[in-house]
Design a protein around this ligand. Structure first.
Ligand code: M6R
Length: 366
């Protein structure tokens, strides 16, 4: 039921505060994460983990990239991330006490399932865990542990609420991992405190919808777009580019902003819109100098920036301000305007937003 919305994608974007609340429900106490994993002895398993491998496809892979950033920032556990279609066909060296994490909205993605089967057959992991949105799916059945995202059914082919709830699930998992290995720590407590504010922050950012709708007009005639981010915002840029190409058919690429000089800067001219995500984190100043490189080449910048980032708009740089957010929540919050941008550009271009050409919601064949 679409209710007041024109498309499932828009409905699902606006459902995110509710989907995030549902994913957190019953899982947070005042200072700690409560049990959020189903399966045999999850905390005993997490206590033994020495290495993590994340496998996923598409948007779920982008969630994995952000998860790696968090895991390696807040624990000493090395974490690797790979798309399932590559991982499944490559030799894997044995690793000690490896936790294999699959991430999937549908739980039926063929490559992700095959990669899990391969690891299980070679007994190369301590345990397998899936972050999944469908309870009765192949991935939940085949995995030792499951962490369910409670996004509810996602109909639009372009994944939105599944992605942000996957990120919430990764934070719950990170807090559980820290609790299992070190007990309650300042970081695990901070994670819990930050997560509790998230639905309300997402709600605030959704209020930017009319402004983003107007901004979208500037993209309709474009054939290419470049997305930039640094650190854990680089996968956010990747996700923004995927959304735009998937539903508006505009060719979009994402780069870590520090890579500009190593090639993509050659593409920048007044015809090339560049979208950047700029929360006020430790890398903000670095990003600002990358934006300056773009400005100096005549590129037109659209920056989603923290109010406190002090980015001064000018003829070449449009700045959309977002409220200050804790570092840990920034990737989730900054994804929202990029989803809205892709949606409105696609509407203006008249594409079939919920069912983009050539794509299926669930990729059950290789
Ligand atoms: O169901 P899954 O999360 O395993 O699906 C993975 C990808 O096929 C999916 O995320 C795809 O990239 C989306 N259409 C992106 O919006």
């Amino acid at each position: 039921d679409l209710g007041e919305y024109r498309h499932y994608m828009l409905k699902e974007i606006f459902e995110q505060p509710k989907a995030i609340t549902a994913t957190l429900e019953g899982r947070l106490a005042q200072h700690q994460v409560l049990s959020c994993l189903s399966g045999l002895n999850p905390m005993a398993v997490l206590a033994q983990v020495e290495e993590i491998q994340i496998i996923a496809c598409g948007t779920s892979y982008h969630a994995g990239l952000i998860g790696r950033h968090w895991i390696e920032t807040y624990t000493d556990i090395p974490c690797h991330v790979e798309v399932a279609s590559e991982y499944r066909y490559r030799r894997q060296p044995k690793r000690k006490n490896l936790l294999l994490i699959t991430i999937s909205q549908s739980g039926e993605t063929a490559d992700t399932l095959a990669a899990l089967e391969k690891v299980k057959q070679s007994q190369a992991c301590l345990a397998s865990l899936t972050i999944c949105n469908v309870m009765e799916s192949s991935l939940t059945r085949e995995s030792d542990l499951s962490l369910m995202t409670m996004a509810g059914p996602e109909i639009g082919v372009a994944s939105t609420k599944a992605f942000t709830t996957q990120l919430v699930a990764l934070q719950l998992l990170l807090a559980a991992l820290i609790q299992a290995q070190q007990g309650e720590t300042p970081v695990s407590r901070q994670l819990v405190a930050d997560l509790a504010q998230l639905p309300q922050l997402v709600q605030q950012v959704l209020a930017l919808n009319p402004v983003i709708e107007t901004l979208a007009e500037r993209f309709v005639e474009k054939h290419h777009a470049l997305f930039l981010g640094r650190g854990e915002q680089y996968p956010v840029a990747l996700e923004g580019a995927l959304k735009l190409k998937e539903i508006s058919y505009i060719h979009a690429e994402a780069y870590p902003a520090g890579e500009l000089k190593h090639g993509p800067l050659a593409l920048v001219d007044s015809e090339m819109p560049i979208i950047a995500v700029a929360p006020n984190t430790a890398l903000l100043e670095k990003l600002k100098s990358n934006l300056e490189e773009v400005r100096a080449r005549g590129g037109e910048l659209y920056v989603f920036a923290c109010k406190t980032a002090n980015l001064v708009p000018n003829e070449q740089m449009h700045v959309l301000e977002l409220p200050p957010v804790p570092d840990l929540l920034a990737p989730i919050v900054y994804t929202i305007p990029l989803q809205l941008l892709a949606y409105h550009v696609a509407i203006l271009k008249g594409t079939d937003v919920d069912k983009p050409r050539n794509l299926a919601k669930s990729v059950t064949v290789e």
